[in-house]
Write a protein that binds this ligand. Structure first.
Ligand code: ATP
Ligand code: ATP
Ligand code: MG
Ligand code: MG
Lengths: 255, 255
């Protein structure tokens, strides 16, 4: 049975999409069968592989609103062991329709259930809010990875978000765990980054991943070439840090 | 009659809250009477002044869902010419309730109308999505400022967002204009930043602000002291760039 991991945070721009793609591809490099589902109407997952609206037949909009089977929305992007389901939200009307269809909080859990055996990991890229699409993702997932920047607003939102995960868990999905809190865009030149990392390891203990993702321009440039960072520049500290993260996730699994 | 400006973008983490606060305070420094309304359930506006749930009596949740008058939610934070309305969303249930109450897309426009003469500018900090709260903001505003990072995902989302602004405008608010596209976290050491800025000036012409906001650690540190950057370090390039932005907005006004 494949494990479903949500990548979620209410705070915007903290590296949710970047982590969904690059952790996913790193796990695929370690021969795990991966499906990344874009639960964010922004549609950044498809953009990361330079897919535009004409390349996409179906997405989560069609699965949730038009009730087409998930299998028809699975898109092969030419990477071994790695497939995606785009969001396929074309405008603000689609967006409101998608959020409304997701009032049925267990919709995603039911939609994914028949496909769990086809993959080792199903990764959910969440939108930057606590709306019905994030609730659907937390109701479907076995665990959640929470990317956090070493910045004031992102740290402030962590406490509130951990509370929401436990609220949504107790109401809709008692098995959800915290896979880990992931420090992203870590800048080792800034004293502030080290101070914050220190403080978080003390307060969160084993909830925080040992792997920190450094701020690395190769990570932010890779999507403009339609590639995950591992295929854009395998020697970059960005690619190596996501491979380390994948190892850390796999090690936890085997415990 | 005060001018209502929305600070909006579907992309997360591009500097919407930072711009709402620091442009607002810079305009207040130029003796304009300012109200900043937090339309984002994350509640970053109140956090920027270290206000917590116990400091806040009412917010936009109470105005939209409990129908209390906007005046009761206006919060004085001790800065001359500058007041805020927090969001006051306590959990994910409040968030869904707030988004649902905003299905009445002209709610904000009606709520603000009696107070427009009390301020020179009313600034709306929007959430990172195209949901009903952003639609409410675009339906109420005379103009919109769109912060953009010089990064792939942020640039990709600009085209889609400009289309949505014109869709929402034609349906709910024919007077809305683009106040400008604002480049944020501009890193002049990166070749990519200059290339992107060059490309955008060509394609967007006079839609793009001359002022670019540089990546500046004083900007991201200021909120942890509960201060806008101008009061945290007036000599920083961050504070100076937002003062320049305020001048540019005022110059456009006087044309
Ligand atoms: N480690 C990193 N180093 C440098 N840039 C990064 C890194 N991680 C992410 N970025 C860049 O930061 C920006 C935000 O990342 P991303 O879009 O993945 O965040 P997100 O949380 O998915 O945003 P949203 O809330 O809009 O969905 C992107 O432009 C991305 O390329
Ligand atoms: N010019 C800048 N230089 C350095 N850091 C910045 C700058 N502008 C914003 N930041 C930091 O980047 C992060 C994102 O900014 P901010 O929270 O204002 O964006 P946002 O668009 O409001 O995010 P959200 O989509 O979550 O509402 C914050 O930690 C902020 O302090
Ligand atoms: Mg994303
Ligand atoms: Mg914000």
């Amino acid at each position: 049975m494949g494990k479903i991991i949500a990548i979620a945070s209410q705070k915007g721009g903290v590296g949710k999409t970047t982590t969904a793609i690059n952790l996913g591809v790193s796990l695929a490099i370690f021969q795990k069968r991966i499906l990344v589902i874009d639960m964010d109407p922004q549609g950044s997952i498809a953009e990361s592989f330079l897919l535009n609206e004409f390349d996409i037949r179906y997405g989560m909009f069609d699965v949730f609103v038009k009730k087409i089977p998930l299998a028809s929305a699975v898109t092969d992007i030419g990477l071994e062991n790695f497939e995606i389901v785009p969001s396929n939200v074309r405008n603000e009307e689609d967006e409101v329709e998608l959020y409304t269809s997701a009032f049925h909080i267990k919709l995603l859990r039911n939609v994914i259930a028949p496909y769990r055996d086809l993959y080792d990991y199903i990764i959910l890229d969440c939108p930057p809010n606590l709306g019905t699409l994030t609730m659907n993702s937390l109701a479907a997932a076995q665990s959640v990875i929470i990317p956090v920047q070493c910045e004031f607003y992102s740290l402030k939102s962590l406490g509130k978000f951990l509370k929401s995960v436990s609220n949504i868990g107790s109401k809709f999905n008692s098995e959800i765990q915290i896979e880990g809190v992931l420090l992203t865009m870590f800048d080792k030149r800034l004293k502030k980054s080290h101070e914050i990392a220190e403080e978080m390891s003390k307060s969160l203990k084993n909830l925080i991943f040992n792997t920190k993702i450094p701020r690395n321009s190769k990570i932010s440039e890779a999507p403009s070439f339609g590639k995950p960072v591992a295929l854009f520049d395998i020697n970059s500290i960005g690619a190596i840090s996501y491979l380390h993260l994948a190892e850390e996730v796999l090690r936890k699994e085997n415990k």
